[in-house]
Ligand binder design. Structure first.
Ligand code: PHE
Length: 449
């Protein structure tokens, strides 16, 4: 059997877009994006975020897809194939490690979505005021053991889908449910905008106060862009390696970037007008989303059902992201360490559960798992999104621009000359010069300030 036949693959064009968008769209958009925006000056953050998406989104994503599809290998193997006997596979190892630690804290919040499905079904929010809902959230996320159990359930679910294989698992689920999530967000946005005083939220979200743009805001936005688009650590190299040779990678990258950004902005339009209307502080952090949303449902006709459906879809959105994270680790174990898919999944899942349990437990008041002021959970988030992803993305674009080179890049994105792509020269220029420069400048300015 040829190597190609043995490899898992995506079945259709929409399949790869759905799977990559499934990886991109998740808690990063609906939970992390509002938190970061609320903590980093509102509109100023949004402006920087959108500028970074515009300049770096498609080029970095395309670099990863190209590296993956060209080599038909996952993260570590891809670099090794293209540049044997060099230090480049280290970028791959960094990616696998990063996937592992993101998975460890991401699965904590993913577990919360399951708790909230149960609460929604039990009509737990009905008639409660903001204070009661906030308190309930605090009590829950501080209860170490409940967090940990839900987290374990979530990692188990992820392992289950991974185990069933790429085409059967990931594609099938993403295709139907992601468009549905978009639809429900639109309904919620309409509701949120009609609440009293909602315009204050829109001003906070869309009116940039330029004096708020600091190094911290820049690095937070950079990290959020990479986090949200699942870039800088090999998910898209891995998915690129599963992508058929006739897929138009540039249009895939564009569709994924646009849909992910749309969902993030839409989540902002849902959360902030409502938060201002209810009196939730925009910089409340973890509680922002989990207290604002139930309050919106409380005020809606049919809120009971919407609330259940929403949290189910949020859990699915999180699942399609955790699948991609765990897949990076599993694919590495299978391809490089020659484990069977079954055992690779078991070990990767157990590892994530173990490290993840500490992340969940660290959120409890008085928990010893703190480094300085930051909980272990926050440390994992900080190190992965604000340090590892920018470094990973930096080396990925350098690799594509300076090592793989123009000819191979053009060959791959035009499917060996079959596609016309008039902007390919511009994209290559951005990848080779602008992207590494921009990442380095933002990264350094963020840490110097
Ligand atoms: N992009 C995902 C989200 O926004 C999270 C993620 C990050 C997934 C990195 C894979 C890799 O929720």
């Amino acid at each position: 059997m040829s190597d190609n036949k043995k490899r898992e693959g995506f079945g259709s064009k929409f399949g790869i877009i759905a799977a990559a968008a499934g990886s991109a769209v998740g808690l990063g958009n609906i939970y992390r994006f509002p938190c970061e925006l609320g903590n980093n000056g509102g509109g100023a953050f949004l402006l920087v975020y959108l500028l970074i998406v515009l300049c770096l989104g498609v080029p970095v994503m395309l670099s990863e897809l190209v590296i993956g599809r060209r080599t038909q290998k996952t993260t570590v193997g891809a670099f090794r194939t293209l540049k044997p006997k060099s230090g480049w596979p280290l970028v791959g190892y960094l990616g696998v490690f990063c996937a592992f630690i993101i998975m460890a804290f991401y699965s904590t919040v993913s577990g919360w979505t399951l708790e909230y499905i149960v609460k929604a079904i039990g009509n737990d929010f009905q008639g409660k005021d903001l204070e009661a809902i906030q308190q309930e959230f605090t009590l829950f996320h501080e209860s170490g053991w409940r967090n940990i159990i839900w987290q374990a359930v979530f990692v188990f679910l992820t392992g289950f889908v991974i185990f069933k294989g790429v085409a059967n698992g990931i594609e099938k689920y993403s295709k139907v449910l992601m468009p549905l999530l978009l639809l429900i967000l639109i309904v919620l946005a309409v509701k949120s905008l009609t609440l009293p005083d909602s315009s204050k939220g829109l001003v906070f979200l869309f009116k940039p106060d330029f004096s708020k743009i600091t190094g911290k805001v820049l690095i937070s936005a950079l990290g959020q862009v990479f986090f949200s688009l699942s870039m800088g650590m090999g998910v898209l190299i891995t998915y690129g390696s599963y992508t058929p040779k006739d897929n138009n990678l540039a249009s895939t990258a564009l569709s994924v970037t646009l849909s992910d950004t749309l969902v993030a902005v839409l989540a902002g339009v849902v959360i902030f007008p409502a938060a201002f209307s209810f009196g939730v502080q925009p910089n409340e952090g973890m509680g922002l989303v989990f207290s604002t949303l139930p309050m919106i449902f409380n005020q809606m006709a049919g809120g009971y059902f919407f609330c259940i459906i929403f949290f189910i879809l949020l859990a699915v959105a999180a699942l399609t992201s955790t699948i991609s994270l765990l897949e990076v680790v599993v694919a590495y174990l299978v391809e490089e360490l020659k484990l069977s898919r079954r055992w690779a999944t078991v070990w990767a899942a157990l590892g994530c559960m173990a490290v993840g349990a500490f992340a969940s437990y660290s959120l409890q008041t008085g928990s010893p798992f703190h480094i300085g002021k930051l909980s272990f959970f926050d440390c994992l988030d900080f190190v992965s999104a604000k340090i590892m992803l920018p470094i990973g993305a930096f080396f990925i674009v350098i690799f594509l621009g300076w090592i793989m080179g123009k000819t191979t890049f053009f060959d791959e994105i035009t499917n060996e000359g079959k596609l016309k792509l008039s902007v390919k020269g511009v994209i290559f220029f951005i990848i080779k010069y602008l992207a590494p420069l921009a990442i380095a400048v933002i990264f350094i300015s963020g840490f110097l300030s």
